[in-house]
Design a protein around this ligand. Structure first.
Ligand SMILES: C[S@@+](CC[C@H](N)C(=O)[O-])C[C@H]1O[C@@H](n2cnc3c(N)ncnc32)[C@H](O)[C@@H]1O
Ligand SMILES: [Zn+2]
Length: 299
């Protein structure tokens, strides 16, 4: 079942939320992302799929949606999200691989993928899976790490960097960490059945010295302004894209939510501690409030 699956960047047991965000001096990055999300999110929605939700840092920003499905490959990240968000029927936790989403087609009217595409060795495949899970007309907010950023362009011009920021291929700057070219991301989105509606460039001033000498609120305001140039040029390290799901997807009946990853059948039967496929009999676990559709742990 897993032979042709791309490798997964494993966050199991990682303290990413604490070490990167809370102790890592990243208030600036967090605040400018919040602004970008506020600008791109619709006023209301029914059910949102958050791909690579991690510890749920962004989830409280999705208040406009009635339900949010937090999907992440790492169970420990989802457990941290449960602790952060508290008891609520609004949140559904799913441990699964972005390359194999366990949803019937057209379940969601919204989707987000923030700081997650940069772990994808096969980004187009993941985007295709997200598109299948969305209804036509659904909105999708994608954040990606941009190789065509000002710092990389300067370093390349000064011959301090061997790879070209202008060429379309991804650059893997650390194992399973990729920067992408804006043109490539657009091509993958369009090939997957999305139309690009709007782009915001984000985190223009992600430079240690600037963050130390310029007050946080000033830097955030400057970035907020600079974000608005995103449709004209993309020179920041992070880009937020608002895309619309176009074309047709068969939209399922209410309640037809999960699909079986072993045989593609839906709907699945939900029992107390598992979900069973009536077609092939495969059992998917439901433990501690987390639906577990990871193939490795189930095969
Ligand atoms: C850098 S964190 C970002 C978390 C969150 N979106 C945020 O911005 O705070 C990337 C997340 O993507 C998840 N991830 C990486 N590869 C994945 C895959 N193939 N399927 C599902 N989740 C994946 C990781 O487990 C991790 O929680
Ligand atoms: Zn099945």
């Amino acid at each position: 079942m897993n032979a042709d699956q791309p490798p997964i960047c494993d966050y199991e047991g990682s303290d990413y939320q604490t070490s990167f965000w809370e102790k890592g001096d990243r208030a600036y990055e967090d605040q400018v992302e919040a602004i970008a999300l506020r600008r791109l999110l619709p006023e209301s929605g029914e059910i949102l799929l958050e791909v690579g939700a991690g510890a749920g840092r962004n989830t409280p920003r999705y208040q406009a949606y009635q339900w949010v499905v937090l999907l992440d490959y790492s169970r420990t990240q989802l457990k941290q999200a449960q602790e952060r968000l508290g008891e609520s029927d609004r949140y559904i936790y799913v441990a699964a691989d972005a390359y194999q989403l366990p949803f019937a087609p057209g379940v969601f009217d919204g989707g987000t993928m923030i700081r997650t595409l940069h772990h994808m060795a096969d980004p187009q495949r993941a985007l295709g899976q997200v598109r299948q899970a969305l209804q036509p007309g659904a909105v999708f907010i994608l954040e990606y790490a941009n190789k065509h950023n000002l710092k990389a362009i300067l370093r390349y011009a000064l011959r301090q960097q061997s790879w070209s920021p202008f060429s379309p291929e991804a650059v893997e700057f650390a194992g399973l960490n990729f920067d992408f070219h804006p043109r490539s991301v657009r091509t993958w989105l369009e090939a997957s059945g999305f139309s690009v509606e709007r782009q915001l460039t984000v985190s223009h001033f992600r430079v240690g010295l600037l963050k130390r000498v310029i007050p946080l609120d000033v830097l955030v305001k400057l970035d907020s302004l600079a974000q608005l140039s995103g449709d004209w040029w993309q020179l920041s390290p992070s880009v937020f894209v608002l895309a619309g799901a176009v074309g047709s997807t068969p939209v399922v009946a209410p309640g037809e939510f999960f699909r079986c990853l072993a045989c593609d059948y839906f709907p699945l039967q939900h029992l107390t501690e598992s979900i069973t496929c009536p077609s092939c009999g495969h059992k998917w676990l439901f433990e501690d409030g987390i639906y577990d559709f990871r193939l490795q742990s189930n095969s």
